[in-house]
Design a protein around this ligand. Structure first.
Ligand SMILES: NC(=O)c1ccc[n+]([C@@H]2O[C@H](COP(=O)([O-])OP(=O)(O)OC[C@H]3O[C@@H](n4cnc5c(N)ncnc54)[C@H](OP(=O)(O)O)[C@@H]3O)[C@@H](O)[C@H]2O)c1
Length: 254
C-alpha cells in the first residue's frame, strides 16, 4: 500500500505568537512545516524544538513585504518538495495609532504587511495550486476588520481589505479544488497585544491556537472567536453611527 505523502505546510509569521503555536500543532499532526518570518534565530530554535519531538520542520527566513523574496521562498519549497498543500498567511500585526501619528507612511506599512504580505505569497503559489487542483490558503484577519475601532485606523483598514480579498479568493478558488479559510479572531494574548490597552474577552494563546488549528485542518471556510465577542462584533456592525461611535469610544476607555 502506498504511504500517503506528508502534507507540506508553509506558515508565515512563524517566529512567534499564533504562527509558532500553529506550527507546533500542525507538526505534531505529522505535517512538514516550513517556517517563514524575518528572525532566523527564532525560526531555527522552533525547528530544533519540533525536531526534538520527532516532527519535521525547516526555517525559511523571508520578509513578506518583499515580493521577490516571497517568490523565491515559494519557488524553493516547490523545487525541493514538488508541491505545497497549505499556506497559512499569518504574518501581520500593527499597534494602536492615535490621530497624531496617522500618516500615509504608517497606513502603507500596515497594508504592505497585512495585505501585500499575503498577496505576494498567493501570487507566488497560485500557479502551482491551480496546476495541482488542490491546496488550502489560510488568511488571518481580525475582528478589528469588521468595523472602525478607536486608534486602529490603519490596522483595521488593512484587515478589512485582507478579509474581503480572502472571501473573493474563496469564492473563485473553490471550484478549482483550492479551499480558503478566513479567520477573524478577537484579542489573543500574544506578543502583538501586550501593549494594547483594551482587550475585551482576550483569549490565551494556547486555546486560540487550538481553535484555529482545528478550523484549518477541517478546512472551514470561516472562523471567528471567541464566539460571544464574534457575535457582539457582528451585531455592532448593524448599529447606526450615532449609536456605534459613542459606544465604541466608551468601551475603549474601559
Ligand atoms: N494577537 C491578537 O490579538 C490578534 C488578533 C487578531 C488577529 N491577529 C493576527 O494574527 C497574526 C499573528 O499575530 P500574533 O498576535 O501572533 O503577533 P506576533 O506574535 O507579533 O507575530 C507576528 C509574526 O509576524 C512576523 N512578521 C512581522 N512582520 C513580518 C515581515 N515583514 N515579514 C515576515 N514576517 C513578519 C513576525 O516575525 P518576525 O518579526 O521574525 O518577522 C511574527 O512571527 C497577525 O496577522 C495579527 O494581525 C492577532
Amino acid at each position: 500500500m502506498a504511504v500517503p505523502a506528508r502534507i507540506i505546510t508553509l506558515i508565515t509569521g512563524a517566529s512567534s505568537g499564533i504562527g509558532a503555536a500553529l506550527a507546533r500543532r500542525l507538526a505534531a499532526r505529522g505535517e512538514h512545516v516550513v517556517l517563514v518570518a524575518r528572525r532566523r534565530a527564532l525560526l531555527e530554535q522552533l525547528v530544533a524544538e519540533i525536531a526534538a519531538t520527532a516532527g519535521s520542520a525547516e526555517a525559511l527566513p523571508c520578509d513578506v513585504t518583499d515580493r521577490e523574496a516571497a517568490r523565491a521562498c515559494v519557488a524553493d519549497v516547490l523545487r525541493r518538495h514538488g508541491r505545497v498543500d497549505r499556506l497559512i498567511l499569518n504574518a501581520g500585526g500593527g499597534g494602536r495609532t492615535p490621530p497624531e501619528h496617522l500618516t500615509a507612511a504608517e497606513m502603507r506599512a500596515a497594508f504592505d504587511l497585512n495585505v501585500m504580505g499575503v498577496a505576494h505569497f498567493v501570487e507566488a503559489a497560485l500557479p502551482a495550486l491551480l496546476q495541482q487542483g488542490s491546496g488550502q490558503i489560510v488568511a488571518i484577519g481580525s475582528i478589528a476588520g469588521f468595523r472602525g475601532l478607536p486608534h486602529a485606523a490603519s490596522y483595521g483598514a488593512a484587515k478589512a481589505a485582507l478579509m474581503n480579498y480572502a472571501e473573493s479568493l474563496r469564492v473563485d478558488l473553490a471550484p478549482r479544488g483550492i479551499s480558503v479559510t478566513l479567520a477573524a479572531p478577537g484579542f489573543i494574548v500574544s506578543r502583538d497585544t501586550r501593549k494594547k490597552r483594551s482587550k475585551p474577552m482576550a483569549m490565551a494563546l494556547d486555546p486560540a491556537a487550538d481553535r484555529l488549528a482545528a478550523a484549518i485542518v477541517a478546512r472551514q471556510s470561516y472562523v471567528s472567536f471567541p464566539t460571544l465577542l464574534a457575535w457582539i462584533a457582528r451585531l455592532l456592525r448593524l448599529l447606526p453611527a450615532a449609536f456605534y461611535d459613542p459606544l465604541i469610544r466608551a468601551l475603549d476607555r474601559r
